[in-house]
Structures are given as structure tokens and as C-alpha cells.
Design a protein around this ligand. Structure first.
Ligand code: MG
Ligand code: ZN
Length: 189
């Protein structure tokens, strides 16, 4: 949705976590708070979204849980400390939804499935049809998820994808491409 058409509509921003808010580890996971590293400007961007009245929701695949690499408790602890650190900086994460499953479990919540978007909308009583809704992520999977849920998609080049030209082979193209979350705000605010 263009900024011009969304005047007056509630703003909802779905964010992937790794590669958007915090550092992405190729072929590895963020297994503990010690390994969690905010990306430059991410907390400031969350503050600006909060000031704009946006609902901010994390949607993240964390198959490391069911692979036994870290526990559901570890993930919860990372989420709690991340959320607290964002609040300290004047931002706000309304809720986080994680898929702990591995692909073989064929769940409905693992991205590019839209199960967690639907769940978030239901639990937070969001009317996505009547809102300006964005999905910001660093991978093709995120862009497919946002596209399937009929949201405006923004690819950030601060994680798994680092070059805009990597999207050339993608069937589903992002609506916008930004260097990082702070850069993505240009399309949202
Ligand atoms: Mg990611
Ligand atoms: Zn799942």
C-alpha cells in the first residue's frame, strides 16, 4: 500500500527477527542472549515506529528449538531480553510469534506459511484488511510470506540477502528493497 492511500489507517508492521532486528548467522542460530546482537539503528527504528503508533509484531522461524540446538526456554529468554532492551530505547514490540518446527513437521506456522500472521491478527484483534500492513524481512521466505498474506513487503539487505540483484531469480519480488530496518522506514512512515 502506498503511504498516500494509508492516511488514517492503523499501521501494523510485521518484522522478521534475525537479519532485521538482530545479526543473522549464516548456517547457525542465535542460541542465547549472549549471541544476540542488535543491528545498527534497529532499536532507534523501533522507537520511531512506536512514536508513529505502529503495532510491531515479530514473526520468526526458530527451528533450532525442535532441532534441539536451543530450548523453547532459551528462545523465550532471548525474546524477553530483546523486548526489554527495545522498551528501554523507547520502542515497543507488541508480541512475538515463533515457529519452533522443522520443515519435516509440515506445520502451518513455519514461514512461508502465513499461520503466524493469522494467529497474530487473531490474538491481537488486528483488522488487517482495514490497516496499512507491512512485512519486513531479509529472505525470500519472508517476502513470500508477506505476499501470501497480501501485505506490502520490504526486503532488507542486512541479513541473509545482501544484494538487491539476488532477487532477480525470485518468483515473488519484494514491493520495496531497503538497506536495513532504518532504511525500510522510508516506505512505512
Ligand atoms: Mg531472517
Ligand atoms: Zn511451525
Amino acid at each position: 500500500m502506498d503511504k498516500a492511500v494509508r492516511a488514517g489507517k492503523p499501521l501494523v508492521v510485521f518484522l522478521d527477527r534475525d537479519g532485521v532486528i538482530c545479526r543473522y548467522f549464516a548456517r547457525d542460530f542465535t542460541k542465547s542472549w549472549e549471541e544476540f546482537e542488535f543491528l545498527p539503528g534497529a532499536r532507534k527504528a523501533l522507537k520511531l515506529l512506536n512514536q508513529a503508533g505502529a503495532r510491531v509484531i515479530i514473526i520468526s522461524n526458530q527451528s533450532g528449538v525442535n532441532k534441539g540446538i536451543y530450548s523453547a526456554e532459551d528462545l523465550k529468554e532471548i525474546d524477553r531480553r530483546m523486548t526489554e532492551a527495545v522498551v528501554v530505547c523507547g520502542g515497543r514490540i507488541d508480541a512475538s510469534f515463533y515457529c519452533p518446527h522443522i520443515p519435516e513437521e509440515a506445520c502451518l506456522c513455519r514461514k512461508p506459511g502465513t499461520g503466524l500472521v493469522t494467529k497474530a491478527a487473531s490474538e491481537l484483534h488486528l483488522n488487517l484488511k482495514e490497516s496499512a500492513v507491512y512485512f519486513v524481512g531479509d529472505s525470500e521466505t519472508d517476502i513470500i510470506t508477506g505476499h501470501r498474506a497480501d501485505l506490502t513487503t520490504i526486503l532488507v539487505l542486512s541479513g541473509q540477502t545482501v544484494l538487491a540483484k539476488e532477487t532477480e531469480g525470485w518468483t515473488i519480488k519484494p514491493d520495496h528493497i531497503a538497506p536495513d530496518l532504518p532504511g525500510a522506514l522510508k516506505y512505512i512512515l
